[in-house]
Ligand binder design. Sequence first.
Ligand code: IMP
Length: 221
Amino acid sequence: MNSVVKVPETGLIHDEDTGEASFRADLQPQISRLLISSTVIAERVMGLAGDIIADVRRDSSKALQLVIVLKGATVFANALAQAIFRRNGPPIRFNYIKTSSYGRDLSSSGHVDIMGQLPYVRGRDLLIVEDIVDTGLTLHELRRYLRDERKAASVSICTLLDKPTRRLPELRQTLKLDYVGFNVPDVFVAGYGIDCAEHLRELPFIVSVNEAFFAQKQESC
Ligand code: IMP
């Protein structure tokens, strides 16, 4: 895996972004703090694009097949695709899939539902684009489905955020994340496409969610 940027509890914010830390008054009850500012995200996305291009350069005539996990990863995937273009990367194909997970252990079968049509998978090199990895169950199951059931040639993973401290012990060694934007602390985050019960997706930066707001929405978060 390429280098990961660790986000401290106090956040990663450039000096010029302090304005983002003082939220609009109506958001105050929902947000605990600014965790990653928009310019920090934009810089990191450019870095990830460079890492991905370096790895696919061997065969740059082939389109890069993204498998974007709905809904949370769409904002990140769009920014990543544009960054890959700006850095003269390969052409990109957008494919979308939706997952829902139930339960918190590997042993229960059917804990992750995978929905959506992916027509061209067999023999292809795929790059899953995810917003955040928590226990790792969703990506473990999605990767298994694409590789073992749909016979993809290879499946790489790019996630904007990772919470490594939350990983299921049995996935710590086996779930390899090829590209990780940021390691975040174990707090509930939202923004940049990531939601808390469908709230806060539209924020151009990433925040930690206010605990009282989270508790109120917890059943659906
Ligand atoms: P996993 O299967 O436990 O790795 O869960 C991954 C999914 O959980 C992500 O795609 C998100 O939908 C959701 N998730 C985990 N942590 C957060 C968070 O802090 N904020 C919002 N969604 C989260």
